[in-house]
Design a binder for this molecule. Structure first.
Ligand code: F6R
Length: 657
């Protein structure tokens, strides 16, 4: 256990309230074996890391010495590098006294290839600061296989000659890798050629146009090379990293999770955001770590946790259960287990409704939605063209069946997730059709012919042309329209927003802009919804879902003063990866076995996203399988807590803006 663990709120050094709201949680003890700083979000966390690096560079400058940095690539450090560039431009931070060594490089890899880490470093940092040209090193992905061992030795010798690493920056793979030291790497490993783990390749495959084209090897600094740094800071953002972060910090030191080796380092720090911290004991069960304020939400969290941990329905929990599991103060406050149990049970019971748009003419005192107006205008925001049906298909169908005026706003075109061959098939269809029937639209023929020509000769590193993106976008639009027909909403209720931030043709997107927000705002104003549904996905803080959510939230904040907004409730659903925690769910919409099957058929309309999709990620299940397992999982949890047993459930949290 360590004592140096804070939840920080970033720039002002304030301690973020989790829990209690706004108050300090400077835990007396933690279950983490490495000092850990948790920030509200990746931006504030990155700023803190960048400031530590800047401080090191400056202090070395004052001593007339070089600062020797070990640097990482991947999505995590991008925001750190952006802040360093800002400090260089605005605050005169100089990199003249910096020597840097990058952790790794794919093998084989040409330095100028789009995916090379050499190129990444130049684009993300080196080209924008005044580091001398010969002062930065990235493992060379072009050395011949028989020369790699010697190259690796020389790389370490160079680090030693520079005086060793003052500071090592790290990300962490979903499997616990640091650098490309995959599970199984030994604590005494040095720089070497490494076979990449399947999960690492799957995570990288979107950069390479599919798994088959993703490299199998990389040159990486070893675990011992990393541990030899005088300071090591590991960053992790987003919920997807939370299980591996929990293991690395609270588990045993093991080669199965190479990041756990950092427990042996005398000066390591984990800097993570709240989403990446969500599986830590101090977040999941803070009453086990420190005293907490037993407000309603803490009580619900603790009781559901206790019930699931003991595998006992809530109504069967006893005084003894509370006392034995660190909740005696809650028991003392409430008097007896019976009262706490009933209270939390009822709260959970009241989240369940088959009437997501409100039940007309019913007493809605204890229902999640209002009975009035009986017929609501509902606006579902779907980041990609299939998130509506994947994440909330059961609710979507109920809203339509129960007579509400349901609209769907497809926020992005989703065009990068269509395989080239699929696009070629559609382009061929149109060209052949037009040729046969002599349809005389030179512009249409040109678009499809250009797309077909480009796709036939496309090189791996090439970015799709505007024509190809258009064809791919059209394919996904057709699939979304098919789902809407299937669920039963009129064609004019499907709105395709094509938000500009998404239209880069590559996995890397532009930051959210005014134009994106304006499009979302205009639609909300036009429809004046009583209900908005949006994807409240935090699993990937760099991902499309987060940007789409930001656009909805910003629009809602700006429109807040308008009369119609007084009646507008916002419900957040979760994307394809994770469900809300059970204690967070404020509305749970059950599904019967038939409804689950119907939802599956709705998801099937998205044919381009089936059978080996372009961006499979590390989860090999198809989207309908992920959705069903998750929805069944939520129902199973309600059942285990002692509530009614349903086939499946979709969960929502209300955003009270
Ligand atoms: C990158 C590296 C890797 C990444 C890790 C996390 O140089 O060595 O260990 O840090 O794969 O990647 P992101 O940050 O993209 O999640």
């Amino acid at each position: 256990m360590t004592t140096e663990s804070l939840v920080l709120n970033g720039s002002d050094g304030q301690v973020a309230g989790y829990p209690p709201a706004g108050g300090p949680i400077q835990s007396a003890i933690t279950y983490e074996k490495i000092p850990t700083h948790i920030y509200a979000d990746a931006k504030n966390a990155s700023r803190a890391v960048a400031h530590e690096i800047a401080e090191l560079i400056r202090s070395k400058q004052r001593e007339g010495k070089m600062a020797v940095l070990g640097l990482a690539t991947g999505s995590s450090p991008k925001t750190v590098y952006a802040e360093l560039i800002r400090m260089h431009r605005e605050e005169g931070l100089s990199f003249q006294n910096v020597i840097s060594f990058n952790l790794d490089e794919y093998y084989p890899m040409e330095p100028n290839a789009v995916q090379s880490y050499w190129r990444f470093m130049r684009e993300q940092l080196f080209d924008h600061v005044d580091i001398p040209a010969g002062n930065y090193y990235v493992p060379d992905g072009t050395v011949r296989p028989e020369e790699v061992a010697e190259f690796a030795k020389q790389y370490e010798a160079k680090i030693d000659a520079a005086g060793g690493l003052d500071f090592q920056l790290l990300g962490i793979g979903g499997n616990g890798h640091i650098g490309f030291n995959e599970p199984g790497s030994l604590i005494n490993s040095h720089t070497r050629l490494m076979m990449l783990d399947n999960s690492t390749r799957a995570a990288a495959s979107s950069d390479f146009g599919g798994l088959a084209k993703t490299p199998r090897k990389a040159i990486t600094m070893g675990v011992a090379s990393i541990l030899s740094a005088r300071r090591v800071v590991l960053m992790a953002w987003g919920e997807r990293k939370s299980p591996v972060i929990q293991e690395a910090l609270e588990g045993v030191v093991t080669e199965h999770n190479p990041a756990s080796y950092l427990q042996t380092h005398p000066n390591a720090l984990f800097v993570i955001d709240e989403a990446a911290a969500s599986q830590l004991t101090r977040m999941k069960a803070p009453w086990l770590v420190d005293s907490v304020v037993w407000d309603n939400s803490m009580k619900k969290k603790a009781v559901t946790y206790l019930s699931l941990a003991l595998n006992k329905p809530i109504l069967k929990l006893t005084d003894r259960d509370y006392n034995d599991n660190g909740m005696s103060d809650l028991l003392a406050l409430s008097g007896q287990a019976y009262d706490i149990n009933i209270d939390v049970f009822n709260q959970l019971q009241h989240t369940i409704t088959g009437w997501p748009g409100g039940k007309p003419n019913a007493d809605d005192t204890n229902r999640p939605e209002r009975a009035q107006p009986a017929h609501k205008r509902c606006l579902i925001f779907s980041p990609h063209p299939d998130d509506d049906i994947i994440s909330m298909g059961g609710t979507f169908q109920r809203l339509v069946d129960q007579g509400h005026d349901v609209h769907v706003a497809y926020q992005t075109s989703g065009n990068i997730a269509v395989a080239d061959d699929e696009a070629l098939r559609f382009a061929d269809f149109v060209v052949d059709f037009n040729t046969k029937f002599g349809i005389d639209s030179p512009e249409a023929n040109r678009i499809f012919q250009d797309a077909a020509t480009f796709l036939r000769d496309k090189k791996d590193s090439e970015v799709d042309t505007a024509e190809v993106r258009y064809v791919k976008g059209l394919i996904r639009m057709g699939e979304a329209k098919a789902t809407c027909r299937f669920v039963g909403i009129p064609a004019e209720n499907a709105h395709f927003l094509n938000m500009p931030f998404y239209e880069t043709g590559t996995v890397a997107k532009k930051p959210i802009g005014e134009a994106d927000v304006q499009i979302v705002m205009d639609l909300i104003e036009e429809i004046k919804p009583h209900q908005i549904y949006a994807a409240g996905d935090l699993a990937d803080p760099h991902g499309t879902h987060k940007v789409c959510l930001d656009a909805v939230m910003e629009s809602v904040r700006r429109l807040k003063g308008k009369d119609f907004m007084a009646e507008c409730w916002v419900w957040l659903y979760r994307g394809a990866w994770a469900e809300w925690d059970i204690h967070e769910i404020e509305m749970a919409v059950p599904m019967s076995p038939d409804q689950v099957m119907k939802k599956r058929l709705g998801i099937f309309k998205h044919q381009s996203q089936k059978d080996g999709v372009v961006y499979q990620g590390t989860d090999s299940r198809e989207f309908w399988q992920r959705a069903e397992e998750r929805n069944r999982g939520t129902a199973a949890l309600y059942n285990r807590l002692g509530l009614a047993e349903y086939e499946a459930m979709e969960g929502y949290v209300r955003w009270k803006y």
